[in-house]
Design a protein around this ligand. Structure first.
Ligand SMILES: Nc1nc2c(ncn2[C@@H]2O[C@H](COP(=O)(O)OP(=O)(O)OP(=O)(O)O)[C@@H](O)[C@H]2O)c(=O)[nH]1
Ligand SMILES: [Mg+2]
Length: 334
């Protein structure tokens, strides 16, 4: 086990791959290893890349990784729950596109697929970010499809979140998913080679402008710029969300996007924002572990038949879910 931890800390690919596989299979040994690695983390810049299916996230990640390598950064990449299973086309496509990067020791790419375990994917992603961090990767890129709340949560656990949009999906303001402004640190209009790209950029900039009466102070939360807040926290530096255009298939706009990412990194490092986000990430991580642990204790102390009966009772409206959970808690507290 100590060999495995030493291997990961020395950035050895075999050790990293082995530990990630253990994490994916929820092996008890993996938990112990990740536990021990925590002390060696906290250095990597974690970047979430999210957006609708087909917006060009994987192509962009590939180009970002190449540019970051040119800037001498070591890069870990996680594709979370790619839209197709391992046998399907999307992943194959990802492999082909990411093929450029194969053989580069400064890069490690891993796909994580949903296993249906409780809190499984989210917890596995957090663990793999930790492994890359402990292995000395400077940057960790996490690609998620921005379709459901859980995926958005994963992106929100990053230091810097890129929201990728593509033109031509009905470029009126309403068509953009509610909530993207809350999580985006940088907006990217990919496929800028498409004719309607300018309109998409305009719509996004208008949305940002509508939010101008607010000050983005805490990640994912808008704080009203009231007199009270100004007295309580005077002259807080604020981040203006930029809208960047890229043509990922041509590598266009990529160096400028990496510049914007580095500017954001300096902004959060030089303000209290890094600490705010580290605390937020720690809080989420603990909540996930707590959730999994509680369910495990319920499974250990309440017979499956009894659990299923409670679920049926709630579904049939014979019982409300609060009472059902209270009953479960009483049984594990015994
Ligand atoms: N014209 C154009 N096509 C692009 C651009 N970037 C990506 N594409 C194409 O768009 C398609 C989808 O790209 P992906 O990178 O797989 O998109 P994705 O967002 O990762 O897709 P999912 O992971 O399935 O959600 C591919 O056929 C790409 O070649 C671009 O800048 N311009
Ligand atoms: Mg993809």
């Amino acid at each position: 086990m100590d060999d495995l931890i030493e291997g990961v800390r020395n950035g050895r690919s075999r050790a990293i791959a082995r530990l990630i596989t253990q994490v994916e299979n929820s092996e008890a040994a993996a938990e112990t290893a990740v536990m021990q690695l925590h002390a060696y983390t906290g250095k990597a810049h974690v970047i979430g890349i999210t957006g609708p299916p087909g917006a060009g996230k994987s192509t962009l990640v590939n180009e970002l990784a190449k540019e970051l390598r040119r800037r001498d950064k070591r890069v870990g990449i996680i594709a979370v729950d790619p839209s197709s299973p391992f046998t399907g086309g999307a992943i194959l496509g990802d492999r082909v596109r990411m093929h450029d990067l194969a053989g580069d020791r400064g890069i490690f790419i891993r796909s994580l697929a949903s296993r249906g375990n409780l809190g499984g994917l989210s917890q596995a992603t957090t663990a793999v970010v930790k492994i890359f961090d402990a292995a000395g990767f400077d940057v960790v890129l996490v690609e998620t499809v921005g379709a459901g709340q859980s995926e958005v949560d994963i992106a929100a656990a990053a230091h810097t979140t890129l929201v990728i949009e593509a033109p031509g999906m009905g470029d009126d303001i309403q068509s953009f998913k509610a909530g993207i402004l809350e999580i985006a640190d940088i907006l990217v209009v990919n496929k800028a080679d498409r004719p309607s790209a300018a309109q998409t950029v305009k719509s996004l900039e208008m949305m940002l402008h509508l939010g101008d009466g607010h000050t983005m102070r805490h990640h994912g939360r808008f704080v009203e710029e009231t007199a009270v807040n100004q007295i309580a926290a005077p002259a807080q530096a604020t981040w203006q969300v930029p809208v960047k255009q890229t043509v990922s298939t041509e590598g266009q706009g990529i160096p400028e996007l990496v510049d914007a990412i580095e500017t954001h990194y300096r902004f959060i490092r030089d303000s209290s924002e890094w600490q705010v986000r580290e605390r937020e990430r720690s809080r989420r991580e603990m909540a996930e572990i707590l959730h999994a642990r509680l369910w495990q204790r319920v499974r250990d102390s309440v017979a499956e038949l009894d659990r299923e009966q409670l679920i049926t009772a709630v579904a049939n409206r014979d019982l409300d879910p609060y009472t059902a959970v209270n009953q479960l808690l009483q049984q594990i507290e015994k």
